[in-house]
Ligand binder design. Structure first.
Ligand code: SAH
Length: 248
């Protein structure tokens, strides 16, 4: 079981697979006022940077589920590197339908809300693992400004304008689900650059190491088109943030 290979190639050198910088991730942890010993569940935990750094900095206990074999292995290595392997566990699996045996204080899904079939479904899924009064974290894109055409939305790698909301609408959508938004940390353009531009050097190096690979043509095409596409579309139109929610 694994995710499409292209992501395991383009994001193989990423520690954070979203537009957050290490500083933003730390700011989010601090903003949540995490108590040592808090259990945190992370669906689509990627290379484990959130759980590992929060275990290191705030003493949380974490479980992460991710479908990428490579990212799951990187998460385990990161836990050892930060000396928190006894506090965090990483499971290589499909997180769809995953419910924790023991209830958690924080249930998160950052940049992977398709796991629950969208934001609302993911909130419902996370709520099944959450203790009363706990926090749900959703990391999700939103439109900085509405794309003028469907073509522009596609340029942002959305399937249509309807995929995302403007920030006020996204916040209102949480209220519609009977959740209070109790904290929020937003990515900025620098964070987007770190997430997107880091893929380009990774692709270039991968191409040099794997010239005869079946995938080389696709990776070459992406390396050629991505900087321009990103600068014209995603960088101009797409925001990203993590929203902390508590049931009303
Ligand atoms: N939350 C992490 C990763 C975000 S990228 C971070 O912010 O760094 C999206 C992640 O979802 C990838 O790591 C991918 O491997 C994972 N993923 C995709 N589909 C999944 C599924 N069905 N179950 C678990 N993980 C999944």
């Amino acid at each position: 079981m694994d995710i499409p290979r292209i992501f395991n190639i383009t994001e193989s050198a990423h520690r954070i697979h979203n537009p957050f910088t290490p500083e933003k991730l730390a700011a989010l942890g601090a903003a949540l006022r995490l108590e040592p010993g808090t259990r945190v569940l992370d669906l689509g935990s990627g290379s484990g940077e959130m759980l590992c750094t929060w275990a290191h900095d705030f003493g949380i206990i974490g479980t992460g589920i991710d479908m990428s074999q490579l990212f799951s292995e990187q998460a385990k290595r990161r836990a050892e590197e930060l000396n928190v392997a006894d506090r965090v566990e990483f499971i290589h699996d499909d997180a769809a339908g995953y419910v924790a045996d023991e209830k958690v204080g924080v249930a998160a899904c950052l940049g992977a809300t398709w796991i629950g079939g969208g934001v609302a479904g993911t909130i419902q899924l996370l709520a099944k693992s959450l203790r009363t009064g706990g926090l749900i974290l959703i990391g999700e894109p939103y439109w900085l400004k509405l794309p003028p055409t469907e073509e522009v939305a596609k340029g942002c790698q959305a399937s249509s304008i309807a995929d995302f909301l403007l920030l006020p609408e996204l916040l209102a959508s949480f209220a519609d689900l009977e959740y209070d938004v109790v904290e929020m940390v937003l990515a900025d353009q620098n964070g987007w650059d770190r997430y997107e531009a880091a893929k380009w050097l990774t692709m270039r190096r991968w191409l040099e190491a794997n010239p005869a690979d079946d995938f080389a043509k696709e990776v070459r095409a992406q390396l050629t088109s991505e900087p321009g596409r990103y600068a014209a579309y995603t960088r101009e139109y797409l925001g990203w943030g993590v929203f902390a929610l508590m049931a009303r």
